[in-house]
Design a protein around this ligand. Structure first.
Ligand code: AP5
Ligand code: ZN
Length: 219
């Protein structure tokens, strides 16, 4: 199955995507992670991407569509357990491009899962977030702390980091971008009959359970 996790910054897309990778062997395609990787490359493109991301604005469609195309092409068996699109598509042109890419492979989207969370909760989600620089595990100061302070539960690394764009000002911009450019995708996928909505405010395990129900329905 191929699914999209759709939702505002901090909705829990990355957290749930990692679980699906672990539990079902699906392939997570996070454009945010790909872009964070690109910015450490030191190239001219990386530098431009870093500035845009830190302001909380969207990177151009051309760049992110290119990144996704590369990853999909690299996954030659592709049929495996399917892709989880996390943070992509974020604009209507990106959604059209994804549909075209999948149909060229003879594949389709099985479900678009909208994770609904109120803005107020997003602020505390984002301001409490930190991630493991080694394995990418996502934590939160209050809702998902590490078992031992300063040490990643999964890999034991002490390289725990906060993201440069997780500040109040960038978050405000990221929310604006979401409502202006990404939320229209909810109507777009609803009209195609692919949309499922889950309550992203519930606990992590509960949200995971709801997503499993959707997958069982759409498989
Ligand atoms: P991206 O990396 O995609 O960031 P985002 O969409 O802002 O999403 P986040 O990673 O902030 O949140 P999430 O939903 O994954 O939440 P998480 O699981 O971490 O994009 C960053 C930037 O890259 C963009 O601003 C843009 O510039 C650029 N970009 C990326 N894709 C692009 C595209 N397609 N087009 C153009 N530009 C693009 O959870 C958040 C916190 O909450 C964590 O601390 C977690 O532990 C906690 N948490 C999670 N679930 C729960 C729960 N159920 N209960 C309690 N706490 C929870
Ligand atoms: Zn780790």
């Amino acid at each position: 199955v191929n699914i999209i996790l759709l939702g505002p910054p901090g909705a829990g897309k990355g957290t749930q995507a990692r679980r699906l990778v672990e539990e079902r062997g699906m392939v997570q395609l996070s454009t945010g992670d790909m872009l964070r990787e690109a910015r450490t490359s030191g190239t001219e493109m990386g530098k431009r991407v870093a500035e845009v991301m830190d302001r909380g604005e969207l990177v151009t469609d051309e760049i992110v569509i290119g990144l996704i195309e590369e990853k999909i092409a690299a996954d030659s068996d592709g049929q495996g357990s399917g892709f989880i699109f996390d943070g992509f598509p974020r604009t209507l042109p990106q959604a059209d491009a994804l549909g075209a890419m999948l149909s060229r492979r003879g594949q389709r989207l099985d479900a678009v899962i909208e994770m609904r969370v109120e803005d107020e909760a997003l602020v505390s989600r984002i301001s409490g977030r930190f991630t493991c620089g080694n394995c990418g595990e996502v934590y939160h100061d209050q809702t998902r702390p590490t078992k031992v302070e300063g040490v990643c539960d999964v890999c034991g690394s002490t390289d725990l980091r906060r993201r440069a764009d997780d500040n109040a000002e960038s978050l405000k911009q990221r929310l604006m971008e979401y409502y202006k450019k990404t939320s229209p995708l909810i109507g777009y996928y609803y009209a195609q009959g692919d949309l499922f909505t889950v309550d992203g405010l519930a606990e992590i395990d509960e949200v995971a359970g709801k997503i499993s129900e959707v997958l069982a329905q759409s498989a």
